[in-house]
Design a protein around this ligand. Structure first.
Ligand code: B16
Ligand code: MG
Length: 214
């Protein structure tokens, strides 16, 4: 029996991918190359430092570990400048309503995000109080598809992995949930998120019935 819902942040609750793209692109341009929005898709759900490694590889640029730390920090300052201007208008359709609905039916809720900026974002969009537990890149070290972020979420909620449903937009995130023995609802396209138990276009298409039938 499902007892808890664990939500990814970027791509499920809010679209921060556009801000990540702007900031990473500014960094790439400064280093003398560019990359496309299509390439940016591959960075979804991937941690900050892993994303940087992928981007540097696209530009055939090599940097030391120390230089990479500096570049990642620089990107993050630009990113934080943008997300601190976010407003509740940016909540994806149905996200707030679905969070309120599951809570009213006594399901527990947690955030399971790779981002180290998740609290800033949830405060900006005014949803922080709708989560019983917050697990993000500050609490875990292993990047999705490793299930750590979701397993810590289950633990904080005091439920078993098999009692959790994970809502994810990234392939690596769906795999992480599966690797953790959790049910998954893919947010996006069924031909992309093939390993998810069900796929919906957004939380606005999600119902309690679909949740209970998983
Ligand atoms: P930060 P999610 C992920 O969020 C993003 O999809 C990914 O593009 C980003 O690199 C990662 O967070 C780390 O974010 O730089 O803020 O720590 O989808 O796991 O909520
Ligand atoms: Mg995501």
């Amino acid at each position: 029996k499902i007892k808890a819902c664990i939500f990814d942040l970027d791509g499920v609750i809010v679209d921060t991918a556009v801000y990540h793209y702007k900031a990473w692109r500014r960094l790439a341009n400064q280093l003398g190359f560019d990359f496309t929005e299509e390439q940016n898709e591959e960075l979804k759900g991937i941690s900050r430092i892993e994303s940087l490694k992928i981007i540097l590889n696209w530009g055939r640029v090599t940097k030391s570990a120390e230089e990479m730390e500096e570049l990642a920090t620089l990107k993050n300052t630009w990113y934080v400048d943008m997300i601190t201007k976010m407003t509740p208008d940016e909540i994806l359709p149905g996200a707030k309503e679905f969070l309120e609905l599951v809570r009213s039916k006594n399901y527990l809720t947690a955030l399971g995000s790779a981002s180290k900026n998740s609290e800033t974002i949830l405060n900006q969009i005014g949803l922080i109080n709708l989560f019983d537990a917050l697990v993000d890149g500050n609490k875990v070290t292993k990047s999705k598809p490793n299930p750590e972020v979701f397993l810590v979420g289950a633990k904080e909620l005091n439920v078993l992995p098999e009692e959790c449903v994970v809502f994810e937009d990234a392939i690596a995130g769906v795999q992480a949930a599966k690797n953790g023995n959790m049910k998954t609802v893919g947010i996006g396209k069924a031909d992309v998120l093939t390993e998810a138990d069900i796929v919906v276009g957004g939380l606005n298409e999600m119902t309690i019935e679909k949740l209970e039938n998983l």
